[in-house]
Structures are given as C-alpha cells and as structure tokens.
Design a protein around this ligand. Structure first.
Ligand SMILES: *[C@@H]1O[C@H](CO)[C@@H](O)[C@H](O)[C@H]1NC(C)=O
Length: 183
C-alpha cells in the first residue's frame, strides 16, 4: 500500500509543472490559476489562494494542459472576492479563468516540437489588452526569466500584442515556474 502511494506520488511529479507565487509586495496578493484553451473557460483547472507579504504558495498543473493562465489579484475582501484588480467571476477560486481580469497573466501550454526539441512547455507573460496591475517576474527552474514592470515592459519580456513572438519562452516539461509579484 505504501509502495503504491510512493509510485503514484512520483508519477504525479514527473507529469506536472509547478507554479510558485512569491509575494514581494508590501500588501497581500491573491493569486489565481485558470484554464481557457482557445479562450473557452475549463473549470477542471481552477485555484486561488491568499498570499501575505513575504510569503509564497504553489500549485501543480498537468504537463500536457493547454491554455493555463495565472495572475495576481489585489484589494480583495476577506473571502478573496470583490478584488480591486485582477477580479474574476467567482470568489477565491475563479469560475471563468479570469478572462475579464484586466491583469497581466503568465500563460503556459504544452507543445510538441518534434525533431526541434520534442515535448516542451511554452510559456510567457502577457498584457495584451490588459493592465500591468503588478510588476511581475516569471522565471523557470532552468534559469530563463522575463520581467515586466508598469512603464518598463520590453516587448521581448511580455506580449503587448498577440503576434509579437519575441516574448515566447519554452522549457522542458516538469519545471517549476516562479511568478513573482512586485518584482
Ligand atoms: C502565451 O503562451 C500560451 C501558452 O503557450 C499561449 O496559449 C498564448 O497564446 C501565448 N500568448 C500569446 C499572446 O501569444
């Protein structure tokens, strides 16, 4: 029984990537994760948490998932609802993947690059039609990172329009991504 549990735990590890939310702000931030491949919300991936200054929280996502979006909410009420920025439909856990959140997002999606790299995770920061509500850094455990601050967000760091691909990054499956608020 114990042996089976260990095998299952290992299997879960090798098939997932992790998003760590690190709060460097002087105020509480409520991170959220949702899934909306092709812009259609899929509630099978939905998570939210409260992260006080200096703290962090993490969430695991299947390596083969598409359309994963993660962002930070500020000024929420005691239930993690009615946020001033980054608000979604739902409360602490969003039911709409935050598609109307008007907040910078980190995005992740599985891709098979075949002979050009095999199975990878494609990831980016994006503020296409969105406010940069939090200065945000996104780094992967393989050493790559991008940084977008309000007033200083170069186009090779975060998408500002959908077809400017200089902001795209990709990594091997199973990485840990650190999404830092107030970077
Ligand atoms: C960012 O990456 C995600 C996941 O790979 C992808 O779905 C999305 O289209 C990318 N963002 C932009 C603006 O292209």
């Amino acid at each position: 029984m114990r042996f089976t549990a260990i095998i299952l735990a290992l299997a879960a590890c090798v098939n997932a990537f992790t998003i760590v939310f690190e709060n460097k702000c002087s105020y509480t931030v409520w991170p959220a994760v949702g899934k909306a491949p092709e812009g259609v919300p899929d509630r099978s991936v939905a998570w939210g948490a409260r992260v006080d200054p200096g703290k962090s929280a993490s969430f695991g996502v299947d390596d083969y998932a598409l359309g994963i979006r993660a962002w930070g909410r500020t000024g929420c009420d005691a239930n993690g609802a009615n946020c001033a920025t980054g608000a979604c439909v739902g409360g602490l856990v969003c039911t709409d993947a935050g598609l109307q959140n008007n907040a910078i997002v980190s995005e992740y999606g599985y891709g098979d690059y075949g002979q050009w790299g095999g199975k990878r995770c494609s990831w980016n920061l994006s503020h296409v039609n969105l406010a940069i509500n939090l200065n945000t850094k996104l780094s992967s455990s393989d050493g790559q990172s991008v940084l977008c601050r309000a007033g200083n967000c170069p186009v090779d760091q975060a998408f500002d329009v959908t077809d400017r691909y200089s902001a795209v990054r990709n990594s091997a499956l199973g990485q840990t991504y650190t999404h830092t608020f107030c970077a």
